[in-house]
Design a protein around this ligand. Structure first.
Ligand code: PGA
Length: 254
């Protein structure tokens, strides 16, 4: 049985003061939640202060991006050892906004996954098609290419340690959610791909989150699908009441 994991991607929102306010409230409402894994991913500037608040509670801490080398002359970047030293446990890799605006490719995603795993960070690897690809019937081809490129040269043991996030790009921040059937169909495809590449044991272990306009009202229906194991939440993770409601709506499910 895979445990549901709900992660909040705060993107480029919240100063450290605002981040501390939000996470303090989340700790009050969700801090002893053990039936669902809960993770917050604040901007890099707030990681340390958020970690201080999270001490001694069940909410995990994630970062939104990192570089693949441990150190070096890479102005503006942060590395896995640097975020690890703060107490970060999860790292979002290959979010569509990074692919779209910062030139990330499956090849760079692969390097980041390897670096994350080397430092015992849990990668949350994002994949998903854009609207034109869906409308031209290319969704499965795109997903397959992204999986092949992003996970190339990973062993079964490494793959078991990561989380995948299927995020149809047309559903991110648009208010347009994939229907539970549309999402389940792609999640099932991803799990079948994992079975083919490794085996059923690996495929059954990997958690696959859905992302794209997840809100309290659509959580139960999406998370109730057999191959959807959690959510990566953007907009609705910026307010404690909507994020807490999403987590609580998962409770009776699995
Ligand atoms: P959204 O973002 O929930 O605001 O659609 C999801 C994401 O980008 O991970």
């Amino acid at each position: 049985m895979r445990k549901i994991i709900i992660a909040g991607n705060w993107k480029m929102y919240k100063t450290s003061v605002e981040a501390v306010e939000l996470v303090t409230e989340l700790k009050r409402t969700l801090g002893d939640m053990n039936d669902v894994d809960v993770v917050v991913c604040p901007p890099a500037t707030a990681l340390a202060e958020v970690k201080d608040v999270l001490n001694e509670c069940s909410i995990g801490l994630g970062a939104q991006n990192m570089y693949w080398d441990d150190f070096g002359a890479f102005t503006g970047e942060v590395s896995a050892p640097m975020i690890k030293a703060i107490g970060v446990e999860y790292i979002i890799i290959g979010h569509s906004e990074r692919r779209q605006f910062f030139g990330e490719t499956d090849a760079t995603v692969n390097k980041k996954i390897k670096a994350a795993l080397k430092h015992q960070l849990i990668p949350i690897v994002c994949i998903g098609e854009v609207l034109a690809e869906r409308e031209s019937g290319k969704t499965f081809d795109v997903i397959k290419t992204q999986l092949e490129g992003s996970l190339v040269n990973l062993t079964a043991a490494e793959t078991e340690n990561l989380i995948l996030a299927y995020e149809p790009v047309w559903a991110i921040g648009t208010g347009k959610t994939a229907t539970p059937d549309q999402a389940q169909e792609v999640h099932k495809f991803i799990r079948e791909w994992l079975t083919k590449k490794f085996d059923a044991a690996v495929a059954n272990k990997v958690r696959i989150q859905y992302g794209g306009s997840v809100k309290p009202e659509n959580t139960a229906e999406l998370m109730g699908q057999p191959d959807i194991d959690g959510a990566l939440v953007g907009g609705a993770s910026l307010k404690s009441d909507s994020f807490a409601a999403i987590v609580k709506n998962c409770l009776a499910l699995k």
